[in-house]
Each structure stands twice: as C-alpha cells, then as structure tokens.
Write a protein that binds this ligand. Structure first.
Ligand code: MN
Length: 155
C-alpha cells in the first residue's frame, strides 16, 4: 500500500468541518465491502465504493445504476479519489462550504468477490440488496482520462 494512498482524500477535506471519516487505511478481515451512496450534492449522483487493498476504490455515476439483469444499460462512471475503508457505510449531511456538501444516503450495500481487478478492467460478483451478480467496469478513452463504463455482465 502506498504511503500517501489517501492524500487526495485528505487534501480535499477539513476534518474539523466535515463529519466524513478520517483518512485511515484499514485492511479488513472477511468479505470485501461494496456500496453505492446516493449523494445529493450540487448534482445528484451515485458513488460506487469497492474495498481494495485497505481503501475504497471510488467512482461517481451520474445516472442511477442498472439493477436490472439485462446488461444493456451502460453507465458512465467517473473515477474519483480513493476513500477510507469506513466510508463504505457512511451516511449523513456534509455541511455547506465543504467538498461534496449535501446529503449522503446508502443506496445499496453488501459485499463482492473480484474475478478481475486491474487498472483497466474490473469484473466482480456483487452481493448487494439491489445489485446482484456479475458487474463490469471498463476504462474508456472517451469523456476524459478518469472515465469508465459500469454495467451488468453476463452471469
Ligand atoms: Mn459524491
């Protein structure tokens, strides 16, 4: 694990003013955590979190994720800074004036099993309340360097 793994997360926030979790790396035991938060910030979006090597890999999805098992709906997912492990279950109100100000709710949560986890392609088996089964994240070249597509794969 890189020493400065959560540096970007830390730099964007003032922990005397936000109620968000502190930038702490944690190697957990048991199944890998998965969640999607409904974030009512300036623009409503859905934040996908996947526990990976002590942090949460994170993507902001502007449109509601596809929980239907057809694999046709591909969602743009913009990779964002790694978040601390305990953020997977975070909900609450981030006060005005802070980065990401607004209400955060848990939209879905559970665990996942990685089938492939590279910096270009991620294939996972999700056990959530809403999302279940195989999901795919693929890095794309359009829409900026942090753009991925997130969609239901074939089980
Ligand atoms: Mn967000």
């Amino acid at each position: 694990m890189k020493k400065e793994a959560l540096l970007e997360y830390k730099q964007k926030r003032n922990f005397r003013r936000t109620i968000e979790p502190k930038p702490k790396i944690k190697i957990s035991k048991g199944k890998l955590k998965y969640s999607i938060q409904e974030h009512h910030a300036k623009n409503l979006h859905f934040d996908l979190r996947l526990e990976h090597e002590g942090v949460l890999k994170s993507w902001a999805i502007p449109k509601i994720p596809d929980a239907v098992n057809d694999g046709k709906t591909k969602r743009l997912a913009i990779e964002t800074e790694d978040h601390p492990y305990s953020y997977w279950n975070f909900k609450g109100f981030i006060p005005e004036g802070n980065y990401g100000a607004g209400t955060v709710k848990i939209w879905d949560k559970g665990t996942y099993i990685p089938e492939k986890f590279s910096d270009k392609e991620i294939i996972i088996d999700i056990s959530g309340r809403k999302l279940k089964g195989k999901y795919v994240l693929i890095k794309t070249n359009f829409g900026g360097k942090n753009s991925w597509l997130f969609f239901k794969g074939k089980d």
